[in-house]
Design a protein around this ligand. Sequence first.
Ligand code: NAD
Length: 253
Amino acid sequence: MGFEGKSVLITGAGSGLGRQAALRFAEEGAHLVLGDVAEAGLAETAAMVRTAGADFRALRCDVNDAGDAAALVSAAVESFGRLDIAVNNAGILHRLARLPDLETEVFERVMAVNAGGVFLGMKHQLPVMIGQRAGVIVNIASAAGLVGAPLMSAYAAAKHAVIGLTRSAADECARAGVRINALCPSFAATPMLDDIADEMGSDEVEERLTTRVPMRRFARPEEVVAALLFLASDDNSFMTGQALSVDGGLTAV
Ligand SMILES: NC(=O)c1ccc[n+]([C@@H]2O[C@H](COP(=O)([O-])OP(=O)(O)OC[C@H]3O[C@@H](n4cnc5c(N)ncnc54)[C@H](O)[C@@H]3O)[C@@H](O)[C@H]2O)c1
């Protein structure tokens, strides 16, 4: 898909969609900078991409820390000479609760990681890409960035913010040769859903969570990552500022 030798930065690479993206880019011959706050998961992904033969750097990072966001970009430039693609994927969920019952601290934390992390990521990635007059950013939003998510209001607010950041920065950077899009999956089968499943205490979590999804199932991580690679590829050269849904039809009806 044209990723051979490209320098690709992925946050939240220690689990779920970020790990799957790291493996796909590794298979495509890309060079990788992998970041995650969870060191054990990051080490597991690092071992997997090493087995796949990729040239990579793995750095513990908190996406809500400006120094860490800058360090990931520096690692790409120092190791591979440039930054071609950045995937701002790290994110957290919160316990299911109606808005009045959600602690203010939870709201602030979710906004800081899910929206603040994307802001800080792009703040450090864009100067390098603009300097190169080339680059692609994919921000992982959610279907909850396009429509409301009952019992997940802080998460939905943060994901709406990711789309606002994406659209605004895309316009700012379009003439500098940098494309920026958001990806909006519905529920995908990753460890992120484990806590919800525990809270719901039901064997039928997938059935209950997908009652509004026309395809009536979770996405497989590889289905989401296939769309991510399309967004990042040079074939997709005229799309910027978009929020692409990969949601089994959820936001179509
Ligand atoms: N799984 C879903 O149903 C789903 C649906 C829509 C959108 N998303 C989004 O996709 C992205 C990836 O989610 P996932 O399903 O792979 O979840 P996951 O929990 O499996 O992986 C998320 C990763 O992000 C890391 N992370 C969390 N906070 C961080 C921080 N402050 N700094 C750096 N890393 C941090 C975690 O350690 C973890 O490795 C998230 O942004 C999520 O909101 C997921």
